[in-house]
Design a protein around this ligand. Structure first.
Ligand SMILES: NC(=O)c1ccc[n+]([C@@H]2O[C@H](COP(=O)([O-])OP(=O)(O)OC[C@H]3O[C@@H](n4cnc5c(N)ncnc54)[C@H](OP(=O)(O)O)[C@@H]3O)[C@@H](O)[C@H]2O)c1
Length: 336
């Protein structure tokens, strides 16, 4: 099969297509003919091997354990392992965190990929595979923070910092869908898009500092990570909650070795005594539950996927160059 392949960590500009063997599913896995896979900052991290700590955390010490990048997919089931009873050949499926380790290659930038069945959900009829392929990575993070950790509800005023990107565009929709009042922060070019997702208030980060205003928020989802926690705290209500999702802006912020880990550890340690951080922990999304939720939200129309642009498998380097421009609204998707 054709696959994007990397022998060593390095810039996505060096990624190339190769012919490699098609994988076979383990007993609990399905073999998927990949139609689409999203291009997002965590794939960039895994390809670059940066921050270096990800290599110790399971991505592969000297070179990527899995030479094929990509962490999520949408496609058609071609075969199932003997222990799988939830899917059968012909089913349209989507899912994320395929590698099982955050910031590691999961093998989805290829014609075929094997995936544990419990990380997948069926793609609703009204959604194309390209649209579905834009959802899993961003949707899993957004669901985890907005619903699982943040428990957002109708009484909350929610601020999403970085509202026009992959995670933010889904977080805004989930928070608005939960009945919350939503403020979206992003660059001025994306604010019309953020409004179309259901945000009630818009802030252009180039002209307005949300930490300096009078408005207070019950939930602050910090995807951009451009202000310190102590500064963001000023924008919280008395029982407001802060959630650091964090963005390293492709190496421009975040340390080479530890990335955002020190900031994450800081807020998680402080969560032991600071009530504004009570919801922060190192938990990761429960994929099955989250994918089921996202599938239902897509089917009901509560969640609209945003595919900014698609790139064919052979143009993966170009896709990363576009991702790094910051112009992307929602997600870009590799089509296979
Ligand atoms: N904590 C966790 O558990 C966890 C798990 C998985 C992933 N992550 C991280 O979560 C992040 C998810 O990001 P994503 O996929 O949504 O990235 P994305 O698609 O690149 O979106 C980020 C958005 O933030 C905007 N932005 C940049 N600077 C900003 C600023 N100063 N103020 C407000 N907005 C700003 C960007 O707009 P412009 O570029 O136009 O400025 C862009 O629209 C990734 O960095 C990933 O590593 C965290």
């Amino acid at each position: 099969m054709r696959a994007v392949y990397q022998d060593r960590y390095g810039t996505p500009d060096a990624l190339e297509l190769r012919e490699i063997d098609k994988p076979s599913p383990n007993p609990d896995e399905v073999l998927v003919r990949v139609a689409a896979a999203s291009v997002h900052p965590d794939v960039w991290h895994a390809v670059e091997g940066r921050p270096a700590v990800l290599r110790l955390l399971g991505a592969g010490l000297r070179k990527p354990k899995n030479p094929v990048p990509g962490t999520d997919l949408a496609g058609e089931v071609k075969a199932v392992g003997p222990d799988v009873s939830t899917f059968e050949p012909g089913d349209r499926v989507f899912g994320g965190d395929i590698g099982g380790v955050l910031l590691a290659n999961g093998g989805t930038y290829a014609e075929y990929a094997t995936v544990p069945a419990d990380r997948l959900a069926g793609v609703p009829e009204e959604v194309t595979l390209v649209e579905a392929g834009s959802v899993p990575n961003a949707g899993l993070i957004a669901y985890h923070y907005v619903h699982h950790l943040g428990e957002v509800g109708p009484d909350h005023h929610v601020l999403v910092n970085g509202a026009g990107g992959g995670v933010g565009s889904i977080a805004v929709q989930l928070a608005a869908g939960a009945g919350a009042e939503v403020t979206g922060v992003d660059s001025v070019d994306k604010l019309d898009f953020v409004e179309s997702l259901g945000a009630d208030h818009l802030i252009d980060y180039e002209t307005t500092d949300f930490t300096a205003g009078d408005q207070r928020y019950d939930r602050l989802f910090d995807i951009a990570g451009n202000f310190s926690y102590s500064r963001c705290k000023r924008a919280l209500t008395d029982d407001g909650q802060y959630f650091l999702i964090a963005h390293e802006h492709f190496g421009a912020t975040g340390g080479r070795y530890l990335g955002y880990l020190p900031q994450a550890i800081e807020v998680i340690l402080k969560s032991n005594w600071d009530p504004h951080l009570a919801g922060m922990n190192f938990s990761t999304p429960a994929e099955g539950e989250a994918m089921g939720f996202l599938a239902d939200a897509l089917a009901s129309g509560d969640l609209t996927p945003t595919v900014d642009r698609t790139f064919p498998l052979e143009s993966v380097s170009e896709a990363f160059r576009y991702l790094k421009t910051g112009a992307v609204r929602g997600r870009i998707v590799i089509t296979v």
